[in-house]
Design a protein around this ligand. Sequence first.
Ligand code: DQA
Length: 145
Amino acid sequence: MSMIVLLLSGPNLNLLGEREPEIYGTATLADHVAAAQAVAEAHDLTLEHQQSNHEGDLVDAVHAARGRCAAIVVNAGALTHYGRSLQDALASFEGPIVELHLSNPAAREDWRTTSVIAPVATAVIAGLGGHGYPMALAAVARLLA
Ligand code: DQA
């Protein structure tokens, strides 16, 4: 049975393609998930994707991943910068965690320069636009090998 990787998408990522395209590009979240899916399949990994605008839903998704999923890739959107309950949930996950961003938050407004996800992440991929999605899955495959 192939290992399951959970891709978690936080608030406002459902608007990718329409939302601030000069920062986030014109591809939709479905496009990014498809690109991640292709790499997952190539590495015999099963990709599950969940998007929510609500922190509690993301916490529940992490809880459901415990003991079931091998790794998590998370673009937490703005929760990256203050989502302490998501941080705590991720700290309870035993496998590798890749924090992912389209933009490079460290090079943007001051409030985006802190990540509460980074301290519980194995690796961070940021600033590569949509390329980050397939790269995150390739990184997970390497971490799980
Ligand atoms: C983001 C960066 C965050 O600061 C922002 O709130 C997002 C998207 C990114 O992918 O670049 O919603 O996570």
